[in-house]
Design a protein around this ligand. Structure first.
Ligand code: BGC
Length: 777
């Protein structure tokens, strides 16, 4: 019996021995001709030559201690006898997160800190997003890494989400388009991207235990839509499942999510990995394997439970609770990607990515995603060489990005003070010296000393420096303009709070704004605020006091230079909000249901706002935000004309909208133009506005025009009908609205659909187990 198997081709052997146990493994081990992984065609014979022990170890990572690339997030299990190398994965959304120093090695392994994803989305420019992805991919490749654990595209459901800075937008189309562009850019280098966290992981509070209770419609239209878009358009090499449950089932154990939807409906061809340390106990690894969560990360030897993971799988195969074919399928999913990796293909990496070139990309994209929120009487740009009274700690400790796995160890961060001075602005030296001295003194104190945690460097925040009236008066008399920097940082593991010092300004910050504005205004001079933040804060209570507000976000390592480019007018701001700035926190549709119940230790969060997230809520329920989705000013003005709708004669399912945008101001500039749909009332509830397409003009010279073309498919009009498990376009008249923002519609055209159309039938999965009192209108 043994001999017979050995003389058969290995593929055949594998099909014969699925249900056999130890004898067959021994037979495979003794095989004279051990197959090697050489290409995709060799995968099946390699799998059939693997022992059960090898298989079980292969679907679990090898821990976070990756000696070849210190600081990498993890690696896969190598089986050298079969030609299977270990591939390396690394974080994250703002660039390659590795440790910059290596013992006994004088070289430095810095990576470029690009702007946070929320800023990238605010560019409304997929070409810029792709350029960033491409630059990150080069660093991945040159540092000997195979897969970058990015983009992260969870929806910014609530402004207090601690990791919102790593995510793009409250809107799934913006998230999906940006993700597609970044994945295309990363993968054009022959390395992979792992999009995360799949799915409905919209908070940090209790993220490992939280059960997200959400309607199938909101899931399909809001929380899965961006992933669907990116999987279909960009085929990322990998998808990372999230920590949370959806309607009672952990995403990594959800066959409905990972097999039926991701692969069955969307055609995903890569492999799925868990998020880090998601579970540790049996029988979870078995359920994960069955769901087609192919790889359990990070594995390793840190805890006994993690060490047990392969054994749980071995036992399950032996006792018949896990079919070995399931394991083989998952291994195949991973190997199909491994054969594409630089490590497998023997790429000779340099450890010397072009950091100088990427710093320029980081700076340029940072300027493109900054949003000018207010600019009364042309406060900005400043006159060349203007003298500035610069206030706020963050002018010196400028924030490049958020904390946790989304952080990057860059070689430098250009502070706002340094950036402005390098651009020829004169800072009030007395003020600058006072801030510098204050910060260095506090940093000497034990409680404010930076330290290194498991996830990187932690810099304890220093309290804002109080200023005296006489200090303000001296600055007013010695400078042309006052600029106040307000900073906020958040990160992995914790959500933000609707409290002073976080979403709200502190009393001191409010006072500083009032006092400085009063005194500069009394002297006939202006005041601007720079927001160096990762997500919305409350602005309505103080914005009227100042003349200009630049939302610089957390713009990456070149922060100071990029901000100076905007303040000097070298770059005309063209960013617009991809997330709403509410008037007050209570105006947020999920405010009453974030971060879940019971309040002290939430285990359940009900998405009762349903499909009304962000501007979908504001526009449908007439709630005026402080700054709406899609909003952003420029140093020039634009005129919109001729919103023309064409139905294609050849393909009646396609609609083309043309609109003309003209630069009517005095300087060149770009405009982000948005195409929304208003659907007719029908059986299903409908939104007042839903973004369906966007375009950014080229850099238009004064008086120059551009005709922008938006192409929509009838399918894009569909709503998800839970009773039919189908995407349905209901009959009636649809309005296409072309806008400069969600509140500033410039032109409308309409078309009519005569009959209800069922666009696509899908599987009835991820059903809520309890009834939800969903918001409705
Ligand atoms: C994060 C992931 C990250 C992983 C590896 C987890 O804590 O949620 O986004 O990729 O760690 O660092």
């Amino acid at each position: 019996m043994k001999k017979l198997k050995l003389i058969l081709p290995l593929v055949l052997v594998s099909t014969m021995i699925f249900s056999s146990s130890t004898i067959s493994y021994a037979a495979k081990k003794n095989s004279a001709e051990t197959p090697k992984l050489v290409d995709e065609a060799s995968i099946d014979s390699v799998i059939s030559a693997m022992t059960l022990e090898e298989k079980a170890h292969f679907v679990v990572g090898t821990g976070m201690d990756v000696s070849r690339v210190p600081g990498a997030a993890g690696a896969t299990y190598a089986i050298p006898r079969l030609g299977i190398p270990s591939i390396i994965v690394v974080d994250g959304p703002a660039g390659v997160r590795i440790i910059p120093t290596r013992p006994g090695d004088p070289n430095k392994y810095y990576a470029t800190a690009f702007p946070i994803s929320t800023l990238i989305a605010s560019t409304w420019n997929t070409t810029s997003a792709k350029t960033v992805g491409n630059a990150m991919g080069q660093e991945v490749k040159e540092y000997g890494i195979d897969i970058l654990l990015t983009p992260a595209l969870n929806i910014q459901r609530n402004p207090l989400g601690g990791r919102n800075f790593e995510y793009y937008s409250e809107d799934p189309l913006v998230s999906g388009e940006m993700t597609t562009a970044v994945v295309d850019g990363v993968q054009s280098n022959g390395v992979g991207a792992a999009i995360k966290h799949f799915a409905a992981n919209n908070q940090e509070t209790n993220r490992i235990f939280i059960d997200t209770i959400v309607s199938q419609r909101a899931l399909r239209e809001i929380y899965l839509k961006g992933f669907e878009f990116a999987v279909k358009k960009a085929q990322p090499w990998s998808v990372m499942s999230s920590y949370n449950k959806i309607n009672g089932t952990y995403t990594s154990e959800s066959k409905g999510l990972l097999t039926d939807i991701l692969r069955g409906e969307w055609g995903f061809k890569g492999f799925v990995m868990t998020d880090w340390w998601i579970f540790e106990k049996a029988p979870v690894p078995v359920t994960q394997m069955k769901a087609q969560n192919d790889l359990i990360m990070p594995g390793g030897t840190l805890t006994s439970n993690v060490i047990e993971q392969p054994n749980i799988i071995i036992t399950a195969v032996k006792n018949g609770t896990l079919d070995e074919k399931v394991l083989d399928r998952n291994i195949r999913n991973i190997l199909r990607i491994i054969v594409k990796t630089p490590t497998f293909n023997g790429y000779k990496y340099s450890n010397k990515p072009d950091l100088a070139k990427n710093a320029q990309i980081s700076r340029q994209v940072a300027t493109e995603g900054m949003v000018l929120l207010k600019n009364d009487g042309f406060t900005l740009p400043l006159n060349k060489g203007a003298s500035i009274g610069l206030f706020g700690n963050t002018q010196i400790e400028t924030i490049k990005g958020g904390t946790g796995s989304g952080d990057v160890n860059s070689g430098h961060i250009i502070s706002i003070a340094d950036g402005l001075q390098a651009t020829g602005f004169k800072l009030h030296q007395g003020l600058l010296n006072n801030y510098s001295a204050y910060i260095s003194q506090l940093r000497e104190k034990e409680q404010y000393k930076p330290y290194v945690s498991l996830l990187g460097k932690v810099i304890p925040p220093i309290p804002e420096r109080p200023i005296t009236i006489s200090e303000i008066n001296t600055a007013v008399s010695g400078t042309d303009v006052g600029i106040i920097v307000i900073g906020r940082i958040s990160g992995e593991f914790a959500d933000r709070k609707n409290e002073k010092g976080d979403f709200l300004l502190t009393d001191l910050e409010q006072n500083i704004i009032s006092e400085i504005s009063n005194r500069y205004h009394a002297a006939g001079k202006k005041v601007a605020v720079i927001l160096n933040i990762g997500g919305p804060i409350e602005v309505a209570s103080w914005r009227d006091k100042v003349d200009g507000i630049l939302l610089a976000w957390q713009p990456g390592q070149e922060a100071g230079y990029a901000i100076a480019d905007i303040l000097s007018g070298a770059v005309n701001p063209s960013g617009k909000l991809a997330t709403t700035f509410p008037m007050t926190y209570s105006n947020v549709s999920s405010a009453a249901n974030f971060p879940g119940t019971p309040p002290q230790n939430p285990t359940k969060v009900v998405y009762a706002e349903d499909i009304y997230v962000g501007y979908r809520y504001n526009t449908t329920f007439n709630i005026k935000p402080a700054y709406e989705f899609g909003y952003g000013l420029s140093y020039t003005t634009f005129e919109y004309s001729d919103v023309i709708l064409k139905k294609d004669n050849v393909d009646k399912n396609k609609i083309t909208i043309l609109t003309t945008v003209k630069n009517t101001g005095k300087v060149a500039g770009k405009e982000a133009v948005q195409g929304y749909i208003s659907a007719p009332k029908g059986k299903l509830k409908k939104l007042k506005l839903e973004l369906k397409a966007f375009r950014k003009t080229k850099d238009l010279q004064p008086d120059e025009k551009e005709i922008l073309k938006f192409e929509l498919d009838i399918k894009d009009m569909a709503s998800f009908d839970e009773t039919l498990s189908a995407w349905v376009v209901e009959k009636g008249t649809y309005e296409v609205k072309i806008g400069a923002s969600s509140e500033n519609i410039k032109g409308t055209a309409s078309f009519t659909i005569d009959e209800d159309i069922i666009v696509e039938k899908v599987k009835n999965v991820l059903t809520p187990q309890i009834s939800i009192s969903n918001l409705s209108k």
